[in-house]
Design a binder for this molecule. Structure first.
Ligand code: PEP
Ligand code: MG
Length: 317
């Protein structure tokens, strides 16, 4: 039993029958690396770079960015590091932009994420150049993704900017329902998807993630959200692309199994959740994960989806 427990607290993510699901860490900067390593992260699935840019009068320069990115890449030699380009706007305003430019009546529906970078392409170019340089000689596998991508034109624009900077693997976050529905077209332009279930839930259910009290509309178990995850994962598979999840949903052990059953290929989460998710996957067969996913999608609401999924995964109870 002790050996089994040890096997679950480290080692790669896989189901009981050996289907591999890499387990990665969400980090906000190099300060989160010790926890990621202690909890056996196989790499980084979401590096939220906005923390470098917030609460300061000037944007970070090239050298400062290279140092921050390099510290993360060096922690995972041979591993994967997925860096998200600046996701400012909405709940993350930038001080160094002219005052007034960011005052929008509905910031979550405004110029955030990649939309803001399309207006400030120099800021993005500096970040991409710093990332390309940071990867050099680290031995890590750098993947760079854009937040708040809405359509194939966004994906094409970002992929071109990344290629111009010398980035070899560009991807997009799927957090807007239109992107999930049209993932097949987006896949033509990028190497990978990463589903941001926090925003995808907010936009699918039209429920502000910053406001409490909206109950079941803020629940990633909503079958409508699961349908969009399934659509994204199957479009990715058809195009030969990977499709991870990096929202909070990945940290729920039962939902992690359901996501695996929906065809998600990696799971990224706050490091403290890694051991429990690793242990849950180790107790479930891929066929059970698929049955749980199907049962959850057939449910009429999030609570029913949870119950239906857990009935298919008795070993997790
Ligand atoms: C998400 O939206 O699910 C996500 C991972 O990004 P963030 O929470 O930083 O918006
Ligand atoms: Mg998001």
């Amino acid at each position: 039993a002790r050996a089994a427990a040890a096997a679950q607290s480290s080692g790669p993510g896989r189901t009981a029958d050996g289907h591999e699901v890499p387990l990665l860490a969400n980090i906000g900067g190099p300060h989160d690396l010790p926890a990621a390593l202690e909890n056996g992260a196989e790499g980084v699935g979401l590096y939220r770079t906005e923390f470098l840019f917030l609460d300061r009068a000037d944007a970070p320069g090239h050298d400062e960015q290279v140092a921050a990115y390099r510290a993360v890449l060096e922690a995972f030699p041979g591993g994967r590091v997925v860096v998200r380009t600046l996701d400012a706007g909405a709940d993350k305003p930038l001080e160094f932009l002219p005052a007034g430019e960011q005052q929008e009546p509905n910031p979550a529906l405004g110029e955030r994420g990649l939309r803001m970078m399309r207006r400030l392409p120099e800021t993005l170019d500096i970040q991409l150049a710093a990332l390309a340089e940071a990867e050099r000689d680290t031995g890590a596998h750098l993947q760079v993704m854009a937040p708040m991508v809405t359509d194939a034109a966004d994906a094409e624009w970002f992929a071109a900017a990344a290629a111009k900077a010398g980035i070899q693997h560009a991807g997009v976050m799927i957090e807007v329902p239109a992107a999930a529905l049209r993932a097949r077209h987006i896949a033509e332009h990028v190497d990978f998807f990463s589903i941001g279930t926090n925003d995808l839930t907010q936009y699918t259910c039209a429920a502000d993630r910053e406001t409490g009290g909206l109950g079941r509309f803020q629940d990633p178990w909503q079958p409508g959200v699961l349908d969009l995850v399934a659509a994204s994962a199957s479009s990715a598979a058809e195009a030969g692309r990977t499709c991870g999840v990096c929202g909070e949903a990945a940290a729920d052990p039962l939902l992690a199994c359901v996501l695996t059953g929906l065809g998600v290929t990696s799971l990224s989460m706050g490091a403290s959740a890694l051991p429990l998710v690793r242990a849950a996957l180790a107790r479930a067969d891929l066929a059970q994960c698929r049955a749980a996913a199907e049962a959850a999608r057939a449910a009429r609401g999030p609570e029913e989806a949870r119950t239906a999924a857990s009935e298919q995964l008795p070993a997790l109870a």
